[in-house]
Structures are given as structure tokens and as C-alpha cells.
Design a protein around this ligand. Sequence first.
Ligand code: MG
Ligand code: MG
Length: 265
Amino acid sequence: MNSESTPRIVAKGNSALGPTLKTRLELQAMREAGRVVAFAVRKAFEALEQGITTRELDEIARGAIKSEGAEPGFLGLYGFPATACISVNEEIVHGIPGDRIVQSGDLVTLDCGVLVDGYNSDYAVTEVAGHSTIEKDCLIQTTSESLEMGIKAARQGNRIGDISNAIEQYVIPRSYELVREYVGHGIGKRLHEPPQVPNFGPTGQGLELQVGLVLAIEPMVNVGGWQTRILDDGWTVVTADGSLSCHFEHTVAITEDGPLVLTVE
Ligand code: MG
Ligand code: MG
């Protein structure tokens, strides 16, 4: 789940609270939440193949989280009914796991969160089930590398806009579009905290990055246009033109030594 900007899922009043800076102890809990979510998503993707349902992938992720003594961060949040958002092909974010059977060539995004000691992690990866194409591999590579560019800009003294611009400057010259209506966000005791972290915009704008700030940085990259729409299930966000979309996300702490990616095993 991404998007503090989705009007329907933003708790009113969140924006009244400023960004939170985490202590070393809080960062330890978030690091553990990040480790567990990376583990859970890896276990689910190990089972990704033609014929598996998105519900089965979700159950694997939930089992992996429980086996580590942690709790799913998304389940029940804003009423979301599953452990992971699973979004396939033209689905961008917030896909609901269910009876859908994965086909060879499907572009599958798992976006998942974990709670440890009341602290959240948020992490997303896109992979192709079975047979891929150059088009899909390039989309995945560009999205993943644009996230790395955003993370490199997540340094004390920089501003939110420097992250946004680093992602945009990497993606747009490669002839893709970036989703505009859903953005990254601060994260901590709440999954979605200020500030918003857009994947586009000028450098030098927005909140100055301080040590202890933790951000979920999450480019969503479309083969076609940037416009989106929401399916009748009220959750699943798809590209308006039906083009493929890809999503990667890490939870990243600003430290004195630079950006620290928390969502790794
Ligand atoms: Mg997410
Ligand atoms: Mg997010």
C-alpha cells in the first residue's frame, strides 16, 4: 500500500502531525520489520509460477511473517483484507489477492508491510512469472534502478524534491511515465506519515531531510501514460490506458552515514 495521496485511505488529521524523527531504538524495530518483510516477499516470490493464485502468494507471505514472530502491517489497515497488495500487469498498486491464477508472462508486484513492536515497514518488488520479454525486463530494471537513484538522494541536508527529481530524471529519458496520483511517504508508528515523497518534481523543494527521518520511497513506472483509475472493487489502481506498470519500494532511514535501507534481509 503506498499513497498518502489516495483521498479514500488517508486518515484525516494525519497531515496535521509533522514528520517524526526516530530514535536509535525505534530504528532497531523498523530494521527488524524491514528484515521480516523482505524475507516474506522473497518466500512468496519463490513460489511464483504459472498456476498459483494471488491468494496463495498472500498466504505464503502471511505465514512467513508469522513464522518470524511479527505481524502483517497491511491486514485490516483502512479495511484492506489481505497481507500483501498483489498487482498484476496493468494494475499499479493496491491489488487484492484472490482467485486470480497467475499466467506465464504476468508482471506481478508484491507490496507488503510488517509490524514489529508497533513500527512499520513497507516494501514492494515486481517480478515476471515464467517467460519474460525484453520489454518487461527493461521496465523492471528501470523502475528498480530509479529507486536506487532516489535512495542515493536521501541524504541529510537534501530535500524531498531531490529524491523526487532523481527518480524522474532517471525514468523520463527512458520513455516511461511516472504515476503522479500515488506517492511515497514518511513511515513509523503509522504506515503513512508526512511528508509525501512524489516521484517527480524539481530539486531543492520540500522538507529538508534530517537524521532519524524514515521514508518509503516507491516509484511506480508505466509503459504508457501516467493516468490511473480505480477498479470497481474500490482498491485496485490500474493504468488508465491498460499499459503495463511496475513498482519497487524500500523503507529508508536518513542517518549520519547516509541512506540506510531497512527493507533487506
Ligand atoms: Mg508499499
Ligand atoms: Mg508505501
